[in-house]
Design a protein around this ligand. Structure first.
Ligand code: SAM
Length: 236
């Protein structure tokens, strides 16, 4: 992957807490943020005493290159937000500009943390569907705005392998949102849930107190019972 193929956009730690219904007790758990990009989740969660490693292909680049890429791509993101305001469920008092300001602030928070966090091993370069972590390295893996949302770009086979890999490294996986870019329920959701169930993983759709993309209000929570049930997982 080249840096000019990535359009970085990141959410805040508060967004993550709401999207994934995280609780104060979760700070003692080992979290993986998969596909965190320039989100401020790692900086915020670490600052609150939580334990988290973020993984993203973006982290193959140093801070100056990532900053330049963010600065080069953000104006167009904001232009597109203004062109399609109906895509957003804005909270009372919020506008497209204040939402854009929040995204920008989150990315500045990430950039301020990125170099130190990288040295501390909190930002790891890598990509699904193969993660550079041992089995059960984490208690909970989070995946925000990647799976299901980009179903047009990421195949069903990729989704199958990605979920299997996330469940290899963490006993619990949460994915948000469950709609595609057109805000329609992802066509992959039902077959993935059926196959996961066939292979002994429980999944539930949980309504959360977060909606920015209109219609994106639910996360998928998947749990498996043992470390050994997934090497054979084959979701077709
Ligand atoms: C829309 S952004 C979401 C960023 C962050 N999770 C958030 O919600 O604010 C999608 C992220 O997924 C990353 N990504 C793309 N392909 C990936 C892959 N195969 N494995 C892991 N991350 C990937 C991108 O680099 C990008 O940072």
């Amino acid at each position: 992957m080249h840096l000019d193929q990535i359009v970085p956009l990141g959410r805040s730690a508060a967004d993550y807490r709401a999207m994934f219904a995280l609780q104060p007790d979760d700070r003692t758990r080992r979290l993986l943020g998969c596909g965190d990009g320039p989100a401020a989740f790692n900086a915020g969660w670490t600052g609150e005493g939580g334990r988290v490693v973020s993984l993203d292909p973006l982290y193959a680049w140093p801070v100056d290159a990532v900053r330049q890429r963010i600065e080069a791509t953000f104006p167009d993101i904001v232009r597109r937000m203004h062109a399609e305001p109906e895509r957003f469920a804005l909270a009372a008092g919020e506008t497209i500009d204040t939402l854009a300001d929040r995204r920008w602030a989150a990315m500045q928070c990430f950039l301020a943390d990125y170099a130190d966090g990288g040295r501390a091993g909190r930002y790891v370069a890598g990509a699904l569907a193969r993660l550079p972590f041992a089995d059960d390295a984490f208690d909970l893996a989070l995946c925000s705005h990647l799976l299901f949302l980009y179903e047009a770009q990421l195949s069903r086979t990729f989704h199958r392998r990605a979920l299997r890999e996330l469940l290899r490294v963490a006993r619990e996986v949460r994915v948000f949102p469950l709609v595609n870019l057109e805000a329609r329920p992802s066509a992959y959701l039902a077959p993935m849930r059926t196959a996961l169930s066939d292979h002994g993983a429980a999944s539930e759709i949980v309504k959360v107190g977060y909606e920015v993309q209109r219609g994106a209000r639910h996360m998928l929570r998947i749990t498996r019972s043992s470390a050994h049930s997934f090497p054979d997982l084959d979701i077709s």
